[in-house]
Ligand binder design. Structure first.
Ligand code: ARG
Ligand code: ZN
Length: 894
């Protein structure tokens, strides 16, 4: 696994595998310390070329190899650390049997077969199957699996794998066995097994065509009362995919198992999803609204992979966004539909906008910086060293935006027709992003004769966030408005060092535009006789101009409505224009954007001239007041529009990056708004009280967010009253959302006594629930009131462990990512480097993620940049970095 010379793999080097593995029969003798795997493969030559048969393996001990029943001597195959090569000559078909050992208890990487708690789990995507047995570990080799699991019955009473349970029986010596068969051919990255003792919540449903399907959610004993929401979410996911996409569950049994130790969110193994317990377990006392919504989204996501990912999979890992971008788009739409379900039209629109706002905010915080840094890559990368470094915001979230643009261009019906065509063409295959786009294009060309999506394909091969500059020219005499859009796609990442510079071509960008008059009334846009409230401009050239008629006065443009493309808009606005849009824009997304831009402007002003502050501060206060009083807004929407942009979003807008200035400016402005509008916050606090039992629906969670936002402003205002109210709020809380909101406000803004007293109380109450203790670590780690010394102290807490990814994320990642005030010192930076190295020895996927927190080190202020560079160099100078981490370090320092 540890290599000094890291190899880069190129997309263009793809070659089909020369063999087919039609059947894989796996027998496991499961034991935590050493598991013996007997693999029997039915192999066919795919091209009769007699090429060598190369299998992948990692950290395995090979015991025996047999070909057509004859045991091979070691000189009949070639074994290296990571390959097993055979020369079967011109045999058209044969059986290959391999016996090997793997060591789950030593597997701290959590890839392959590993131990979590008292159970055994697998994680194979992307390249974990090779840590279980020798196999062509690539997604275009698809096989039918039959899996026999044998284990001690008392320790592992449940033995699960993909597909259907064929038989189970007891064996001598207290052992038992179960035989599973998956009727669907699949790539090995979708293989899974789970062995352990679990509680199960289940439900049988009828699928659309009237078949019975058993849905099951497994979790540790004692947490069965926390799986109701997960099972309900699964049922809703099944229904949604039937109605919105006409896609039916193709299995008799669909299982989800919660694991305490898990590298990511969840995994879509065919019929046997394995989940990070954080995305399964919820009850009102211990889970926040955000967790409820995340659980629903992730359950949806993994379930939707059953078609987009499993039935049609990726030919190679460069195509990862084929399944991930598409499936994120699908889970976003699912969540939006769940949030708007049953609401009257006006509220439904606002609820959809809230989802869009949250998704776009996440994109801007995580993906925009990635796309501007050393790891910048197109959604279909050209090369990689370690594929696990490419489970990125670009592949997932930008990938989803690129699918969303196709949806915008084709319309709901056209998009659905394109999806149907995609499945008609490719069901059961391992395909490419190009194949997907071609299916969509077959509909597009019917809708738009003479036009294609050829130019749109560039979104798949070009990295970087495009900039779109807007220029308006109003002609009062002719009553026309000329709108010019000009796109720039500057080089990013490695492109900036290429000589000659890469030439980036113009993209096909759907740009939604609206217009308001000086009073904030919406104008209609008439272009070539067609009149609309929102015009969808399809920008294809470097620069393009549209002329609109019957525009009497200079209008205020509402730009990139609904965030119709993942671009940065360049347009100079006056603060008055922003305030007008914030109050009146009919597009809820653009309206929110205007309010946020006004706040951003005030914040950046106060950073660039701390003495005088911003001249627009009063305008911001007045706008916030107007929004607080606007009765037409839903609580959820109001809580979004009245929040200040997150620290990390603001940080991206400073140049050079100046974290301390951002933290201070933002804290000051929250305090100021809290103080200036205190009576209104108090009213909002009172008006959004909810009596009755907890429910995570959009309306109730919206009220809680608004109420908790009001509380935060009051707390930040600094008076005695704010803290008293927050303490009362904490004590009166009957759900985790309110409880955490109060604790978070106290930890950020409270007095040291109040803070430590409630933290102690919280810990004592929740010490037995690891997911809640994660919150306890996280809320402290991210707080500006928590120093590096405090974090080091927390690391000595008996509940802290670097081995559990959720725990490492809650303390180390939270501190390094979100505690902008206290991580940015020489000591903070070397702490980060130290933790990256400590994690690398255990779990390279996690260490390289932590490393990436400071990949943009070159953009910081000189002092911080120097200190970050030293920390990076320290990492680079260490012997035996994992290949994952070397890739990141080399890119960051190149
Ligand atoms: N396919 C999984 C998902 O979307 C993620 C798997 C990531 N694997 C990894 N080693 N990072 O939800
Ligand atoms: Zn996914």
């Amino acid at each position: 696994m540890r290599t000094d010379s890291v190899q880069s793999i190129s997309r263009h080097d793809y070659r089909p595998y020369p063999y087919r593995i039609t059947h894989a029969d796996l027998q496991f003798d499961l034991q935590a310390d050493a598991t013996r795997v007997h693999t029997r493969l039915s192999v066919e030559s795919a091209d009769a070329s007699g090429q060598a048969l190369v299998l992948n393996g990692e950290d395995l001990t090979l015991e025996q190899v047999a070909l057509d029943g004859r045991t091979l001597s070691p000189d009949e195959y070639t074994l290296t650390e990571n390959t097993l090569t055979l020369a079967p000559g011109t045999l058209p078909a044969f059986t290959l049997e391999i016996t090997s050992l793997c060591r789950p208890a030593d597997n701290t990487q959590l890839m392959g077969l590993y131990v979590s708690g008292n159970s055994l789990f697998t994680q194979c995507e992307a390249e974990g199957f090779r840590r279980i047995t020798w196999f062509p570990d690539r997604p275009d080799v698809m096989s039918r699996y039959r899996v026999t699991l044998r284990a001690d019955k008392q320790r592992y009473p449940l033995l699960l794998s993909n597909g259907n349970l064929l038989e189970s029986r007891d064996l001598p010596d207290g052992r038992h066995e179960a035989v599973w068969e998956d009727p669907h051919p699949k790539p090995c990255y979708l293989f899974a097994l789970v062995a352990g003792d679990f509680a199960c919540r289940e439900q049988t449903i009828q699928t659309r065509s009237g078949r019975d399907a058993l849905l099951q959610v497994y979790s540790d004993h004692g947490s069965e009362h926390q799986t109701e929401w997960a099972l309900d979410s699964l049922v809703r996911s099944v229904r949604w995919d039937e109605t919105r996409f006409g896609l039916e569950l193709d299995l008799d049994r669909f299982m989800i198992v919660a694991a305490r130790d898990f590298n990511m969110g969840a995994m879509e193994n065919k019929g046997l999803n394995v989940f990070n317990s954080a995305y399964v377990l919820a009850d009102p006392e211990s889970a926040t609204d955000a967790s409820y919504h995340a659980i629903e989204a992730v359950i949806g996501h993994e379930y939707f992979h059953n078609w987009t990912g499993n039935r049609v999979t990726c030919r190679d890992w460069f195509q990862l966004s084929l399944k991930e971008g598409l499936t994120v788009f699908r889970d976003q739409e699912f969540s939006a539909d769940m949030m708007t379900h049953g609401l009257p039209e006006a509220e439904a629109q606002s609820a959809r906008a809230v989802k869009r706002i949250d998704d776009v905010t996440a994109l801007r915080i995580a993906q925009f910086p990635e796309d501007a840094g050393p790891m910048a890559h197109p959604i279909r990368p050209e090369s990689y060293q370690s594929i696990s470094n490419f489970y990125t915001a670009t592949i997932y979230e930008k990938g989803a935006e690129i699918i969303r643009m196709q949806h915008t261009l084709l319309g709901e019906e056209g998009f659905r027709a394109g999806m149907d065509e995609y499945f008609r063409r490719h069901d059961g295959q391992a395909v490419t992003c190009d194949d997907f786009l071609s299916a969509m294009e077959s509909v597009y060309v019917r809708q738009n004769p003479g036009s294609t999506l050829e130019q749109f394909r560039r979104w798949y091969s070009q990295a970087g966030t495009p900039r779109v500059k807007v220029t308006l020219a109003h002609d009062a005499a002719a009553q026309t408005l000329r709108v010019t859009l000009e796109q720039r796609n500057p080089p990013v990442g490695i492109e900036t060092r290429q000589n000659p510079p890469v030439e980036k071509l113009p993209l096909h960008i759907p740009f939604a535009l609206g217009l308001l008059d000086g009073e904030g009334k919406e104008l209609s846009l008439t272009h070539k006789g067609v009149k609309q409230a929102t015009a969808l401009l399809e920008l294809r050239e470097k620069s393009q101009t549209w002329t609109f008629e019957n525009i009497a006065e200079q209008p205020v443009p509402s730009l990139l409505r609904g965030f119709s493309a993942p671009v940065i808009v360049e347009y100079e606005r006056t603060p008055q224009e922003l305030a007008l849009l914030a109050r009146h824009d009919t597009d809820a997304f653009a309206r929110w954007e205007a309010a946020q831009s006004l706040a951003t402007r005030v914040l950046l002003d106060s950073i660039s001239r701390p003495e005088s502050g911003s001249p627009d501060e009063q305008l911001l206060i007045d706008t916030w007041e107007a929004l607080l009083q606007d009765g037409s807004l839903t609580a959820a929407y109001r809580s979004r529009i009245l929040s200040l942009p997150a620290e990390r979003e603001l940080l991206e807008k400073t140049s050079p990056l100046d974290p301390l200035a951002v933290v201070e400016a933002r804290r000051r402005l929250i305090g100021k708004l809290g103080d200036a509008l205190a009576p209104f916050w108090m009213t909002a606090y009172e008006d959004n009280r909810i009596d009755g039992p907890y429910a995570p629906d959009a309306a109730s969670s919206g009220k809680r967010s608004m109420r908790n936002l009001a509380l935060l402003y009051l707390m930040a205002a600094g008076g005695q009253g704010g803290q008293e109210l927050t303490l009362e709020h904490y004590d009166a809380a009957r759900n985790m959302t309110d409880r955490m909101a109060a604790l978070g406000a106290l930890v950020q803004y409270g007095t040291p006594e109040a803070r430590s007293e409630r933290l102690q109380h919280f810990y004592t109450q929740w010490r037995h629930n690891p997911l809640v203790i994660d919150r306890w670590f996280a809320v402290q780690a991210a707080s500006a009131a928590t120093s590096l010394a405090d974090v080091r102290q927390l690391m000595t807490h008996p509940d802290f462990s670097l081995r559990n990814p959720n725990r490492a994320r809650s303390l180390i990642f939270q501190f390094c990512t979100n505690n902008l005030r206290n991580v940015h010192s020489r000591e903070g930076h070397s702490f980060w480097a130290e933790q990256v190295l400590a994690l690398d020895a255990l779990n390279p996927e996690i260490s390289s993620r932590l490393a990436r927190v400071f990949e943009n080190w070159q953009r910081f202020t000189p002092v911080l940049r120097d200190s970050l560079q030293q920390a990076w160099r320290h990492i680079q100078s260490q012997p035996a970095l994992s290949s994952n981490l070397s890739e990141i370090v080399n890119k960051a320092l190149s």
